[in-house]
Design a protein around this ligand. Structure first.
Ligand code: M6R
Length: 358
């Protein structure tokens, strides 16, 4: 039930800090250490390569998951869009493990891949889903649950945050089990991220104002970032287009000069995320390029990397966990942009919560 909330989406965004805390709890053992099911850990150990398969927002979470498994656990990963994988299958490694990420666990595009790789080719599969007993969960060998509680709004918010957090936990536990030197305490870092998300959901007035200032009369909008911020840009653009119907594109800052910069006009809104220290200067360079062509740039920077003129500063979290936090202002900006345009926030046109046709 949405209770006193005007929309499920708003309620679900507000739930995000508690979802992260719930995940910490659900994946902690009696000694208080992060853990996952032994069989899943073994499957990750056995695999020589992970193939993450997903659609939409879940695909965007998968892109972040790739970095986690590669950097934290040292396992090579490919990420594929479900609907493309079926007819464009890459050469597979010898011991692949397929990971399906799906909030609903019912996405037909993902299921057709699962049937093919598991039933026809006999490879093991793990589903990361919010819905116990869903089709993808039942048909895979293993399941990791998101523990996000029912997500009703068509626009996925808390499930994305949960997916990123669960992927981090799985990669971390696998990395530890493999004896890798990990210079982070993930449990503590996730708790810090939960607090950071809380700070952002408590800044609704500011985010509503940003939506008003940048998107009120916009016909299109761009989201740019580098490294992990690039993936979050893609998610920010998807959120905005699906609920406000503003044409939006998220892309890597370095790609601007390879084409997209031609679209920048006087007043074009450009949202730039600056949370990755090693590329902060480069993305700021991109912002200068678009501003010189008239763009209305909104810089969202992480504490410690902020500069004068940035529109929003988000609390500092571990550099690998920034997507959990930087996505939240983009969700809220999209929400308010849609609201200002009197769009049906929870049930955008032409979309269904779970896409059960291919
Ligand atoms: O249930 P799933 O995670 O498999 O759904 C995948 C996409 O349909 C979904 O993420 C969609 O892109 C959302 N509406 C995005 O907000």
């Amino acid at each position: 039930e949405k209770g006193t909330y005007p929309h499920y989406m708003l309620k679900e965004m507000d739930e995000q800090p508690s979802v992260v805390r719930k995940i910490i709890q659900a994946y902690s053992n009696a000694d208080g250490e992060l853990t996952i099911d032994d069989n899943i850990l073994e499957a990750l150990k056995q695999a020589d390569r992970l193939y993450i398969i997903a659609a939409g927002t879940s695909y965007h979470a998968g892109l972040i998951g790739k970095q986690y498994f590669e950097k934290i656990a040292g396992i090579p990963v490919e990420v594929h869009i479900s609907s493309e994988f079926g007819y464009n299958m890459p050469l597979l490694s010898e011991k692949p493990l397929f990971i399906f990420i799906s909030q609903s666990g019912e996405t037909a595009d993902s299921r057709q891949v699962l049937v093919r790789v598991k039933e026809e080719l006999g490879y093991p599969a793990l589903t990361i889903t919010n819905v116990p007993g869903s089709t993808l969960s039942r048909e895979a060998d293993y399941t990791l649950l998101l523990h996000a509680g029912p997500e009703i709004a068509v626009a996925s918010t808390k499930a994305y945050v949960a997916q990123v957090a669960v992927l981090a936990v799985a990669a971390y536990v696998a990395g530890k089990a493999a004896g890798r030197e990990l210079d982070m305490d993930l449990k503590q870092e996730l708790a810090i991220a939960a607090n950071a998300i809380q700070t952002i959901v408590d800044s609704k007035n500011e985010l509503e104002q940003i939506a008003e200032d940048y998107l009120k009369i916009a016909r299109n909008a761009f989201f740019i970032g580098r490294n992990l911020d690039y993936y979050v840009s893609m998610e920010g653009a998807l959120k905005l287009k699906e609920i406000s119907y503003i044409q939006a594109e998220g892309f890597a800052g370095g790609e601007l000069k390879h084409g997209t910069i031609a679209l920048i006009e006087d007043g074009t809104p450009v949202f730039a995320i600056v949370s990755q220290e090693q590329v902060a200067l480069n993305i700021r360079g991109n912002v200068k390029e678009v501003v010189a062509r008239g763009a209305n740039a909104c810089i969202i920077a992480m504490e410690g990397l902020e500069e004068e003129g940035d529109r929003l500063v988000i609390p500092k979290v571990h550099s690998l966990l920034t997507p959990l936090v930087s996505v939240v202002p983009l969700q809220l900006i999209s929400y308010y942009a849609a609201l200002h345009r009197r769009c049906d926030v929870d049930k955008p046109r032409n979309l269904a919560k779970s896409v059960t046709v291919e």
